[in-house]
Design a protein around this ligand. Structure first.
Ligand code: 6PG
Length: 222
């Protein structure tokens, strides 16, 4: 049975990311990959995990994380460990964003030091996009959005618009520190949102706009 469009897209993206990592590893000791969570990336993680790479020299961290236990169903760290890093030498240097601290604000400060030790600028930052135009955990009109867009701190504690779920997100400053940016989007419902973002809506309404000026490859499947 032929692959679905999403599976074909995931394989193409995995091959492109593997190529980018190989290119950077040809001139530096380590290469950093920053990935997003949610449901879209799972087939991409599986396809990338199957690529031949010196995984012991590949560092991985997250663009954002929900403030939940690392074995929780909706943990992005759990997703990455299960589908990208399972049995991989890269698991040893994976930097999750949740910490043992009591609050996400303390966690964002605590994780800053571990993030600083990674091979910035990242080889690739992979961003998803929600149906409201959020990316990472930079949500429209959230009270912490201005901070996340302006701070030079690497990570910021934020709340989802529903205030239900505390999160940690890399700041826009940190997410910009990459040689390559990729938008990995699935869902036909998002086509109109991206078109609005491309046509010029304000970054507070559509935070994905903060990254559309980057040299960006877009991988899209309905
Ligand atoms: C997260 C992601 C988030 C994601 C979008 C799109 O933690 O949920 O980092 O920014 O990329 O919500 O998610 P889907 O691609 O699964 O719709």
């Amino acid at each position: 049975m032929s692959d679905s469009p999403r599976e074909q897209l995931s394989r193409q993206l995995a091959e492109a990311v593997a190529e980018a990592l190989r290119a950077d590893l040809a001139r530096q000791e380590n290469a950093l990959l920053v990935v997003s969570g949610g449901s879209t990336p799972v087939p991409f993680f599986q396809a990338l995990a199957a690529c031949e790479l010196p995984w012991e020299r590949v560092q991985v961290t997250l663009a954002d994380e929900r403030w939940v236990a690392e074995d929780a169903e909706d943990s992005n760290a759990r997703l990455v460990r299960a589908h990208l890093l399972q049995g991989s030498a890269a698991a040893a240097t994976f930097v999750p964003l949740t910490t043992a601290d009591a609050t996400p604000e303390q966690g964002a400060e605590a994780v800053a030091e571990r993030l600083a030790g990674l091979a910035w600028p990242a080889s690739v930052v992979i961003l998803g996009m929600g149906g409201d135009g959020h990316t990472a955990s930079l949500f429209p009109d959230s009270q912490e959005l201005s901070l996340a867009l302006s701070t030079d701190a690497p990570a910021v504690a934020v709340r989802t618009p529903s205030q239900l779920q505390p999160r940690i997100t890399l700041s826009a400053d940190r997410l910009h520190q990459a040689r390559r940016h990729v938008l990995h989007i699935t869902g036909g419902d998002k086509r109109a949102v991206l078109a609005r973002a491309l046509s010029g809506d304000d970054v507070r309404e559509l935070p994905i706009r903060a990254f559309l000026a980057c040299p960006l490859a877009t991988y899209w499947a309905p």
